[in-house]
Ligand binder design. Structure first.
Ligand code: PLZ
Length: 440
């Protein structure tokens, strides 16, 4: 830590301040309680990795809109591109009167995503919608109905995406009946019992006891679980899975909604594994905070659905496309994936120290800047400690750091800071996190 470090956090009030508290009271009257929030801090403005709240407090953001802000809050190049497009036209609907931005973005994503053959891209609005469409396309292309997903997966909140999501509370409880033909495999969770080398026999058993391989349209996997707690799939597992998919004519869909656009230290998590998925789903940091998602994949697969079978009124909105093109150009120009790897090394070193220092930190893990701590009641039983995790998140925001938890047991703290975070902001945020761990 350098003596000359600049500090960014500026607290004028206790948090939440009076204006945030007043908005919280209005919210309670106006918004259903089902819409949760991890902090009660209401934003007034935000730049880079800093958020200024309605009481004038400045906080460091390690949540980044749950991973949507790799290029930073209100990135000036994204804002300019979106504003220019807003001036020209806000919307025509691509299936009525198309426009270049949609096509240019698809060309860009076809070129950037893993996989050497010809590719095509469909644009949609949200991560969930991308997953829904990936499944529609996979089913159409294979003529099969079953889909295979993983324990601890998160794929969204619409009926099919919610069905594909694993965690019952709060995401599924009371919201059934669920979509049919969704089968679930255990995720290779090293800290909680995955045995290396067991992938092939597990898959064989699965296709005998759960669903016949020749009935499966696609397997959908997050290579690093997002909401599930930043568990990194071991490469040997992914290789075995990809091989089984190839052997059985099953399409491999990699959900890069949270891992994408540099977060893991490479543009896409797939690049760490050398797998070429048939389809990838993209969202979050794709458009620098504007709503946009995509399915990119093998042209022959993407083209299988009939004309008019894919689309949506707002899908691929021109303002979001302009923002995405600017966000991608910014990531390339500023080598944000490399910066993510560097951030990851800094965070990893501090987190290793936290494992040594705090007996309740059971595991520290991640890939690139996507890093997590798993909190347990004791290291022998590994009993999850959600209560302490919630206290850490609260202590952190009270001291000026926005954080989000994760994990099926709610006992994981994860980092999703904008990748434009400065070294000083990063160090200060990590200090606040350490203090929160000390006192929570
Ligand atoms: N796939 C891998 O991480 C969204 C969820 C926030 P949407 N994760 C944040 C919440 O509380 O709903 C996500 C993801 C992965 C799909 C999705 C879904 O993306 O844009 O939220 O629909």
């Amino acid at each position: 830590m350098s003596a000359t470090r600049t500090t960014s956090i500026r607290l004028k009030t206790a948090l939440p301040g009076p204006r945030s508290a007043a908005l919280g009271a209005r919210r309670a009257q106006a918004v259903p309680r089902g819409v949760g929030h991890s902090t009660p801090i209401y934003a007034e403005s935000a730049r880079g990795a800093l958020v200024t709240d309605v009481d004038g407090n400045v906080l460091i953001d390690f949540a980044g809109g749950i991973g949507t802000l790799n290029v930073g809050h209100a990135n000036p190049e994204v804002v300019r591109a979106a504003a220019d497009q807003l001036e020209r036209f806000t919307h025509t609907c691509f299936s009525v009167s198309p426009y270049e931005g949609y096509v240019a973005l698809c060309e860009k994503l076809n070129a950037k995503t893993p996989g050497r053959g010809p590719k095509k891209t469909l644009l949609t609005n949200s991560g969930a919608e991308a997953l829904e469409n990936a499944v529609k396309i996979a089913r159409h292309a294979t003529g099969r109905e079953a889909i295979v997903v993983f324990e601890h997966a998160f794929h969204g909140r619409t009926l099919l995406a919610m069905t594909m999501t694993s965690k019952v509370r709060p995401y599924k409880f009371g919201f059934g009946p669920f979509a049919p033909e969704v089968y679930r495999l255990p995720f290779p969770y090293a800290y909680r019992g995955y045995v290396p080398g067991s992938a092939a026999s597990m898959l064989e058993e699965f296709f005998l006891t759960q669903v016949a391989a020749e009935k499966v349209a696609c397997v959908v996997i997050e290579l690093v679980l997002g909401e599930g707690g930043f568990v990194v799939a071991p490469p040997e597992f992914v290789e075995t899975l990809a091989r089984a998919c190839r052997e059985h004519g099953i399409l491999l869909v990699v959900d890069e909604v949270q891992t994408g656009f540099g977060r893991t230290g490479k543009t896409f998590a797939c690049e760490h594994y050398g797998v070429e998925p048939d389809l990838v789903t993209l969202a979050k940091s794709l458009a620098g905070g504007l709503p946009l998602s995509a399915v990119t994949g093998r042209a022959d697969v993407m083209d299988s659905a009939q004309v008019g079978g894919l689309g949506g009124t707002y899908a691929g909105n021109p303002v979001s496309c302009a923002a995405a093109l600017a966000a991608i150009a910014y990531m390339e120009k500023h080598r944000l994936a490399e910066r993510a790897a560097e951030i990851g090394r800094t965070v990893e070193a501090r987190f290793r120290g936290f494992v040594e220092r705090f007996p309740f930190v059971g595991d520290a893990r991640g890939l690139g800047a996507m890093r997590a701590l798993e909190l347990v009641r004791d290291r022998a039983t590994k009993a999850p400690d959600k209560e302490r995790t919630d206290r850490v998140v609260r202590k952190a925001y009270e001291s000026g750091l926005l954080l989000v938890g994760a994990g099926t047991h709610g006992n994981v703290i994860r980092t999703l800071m904008p990748l434009v975070v400065t070294d000083d902001e990063l160090a200060e945020g990590l200090d606040v996190l350490e203090h929160a761990l000390e006192t929570a």
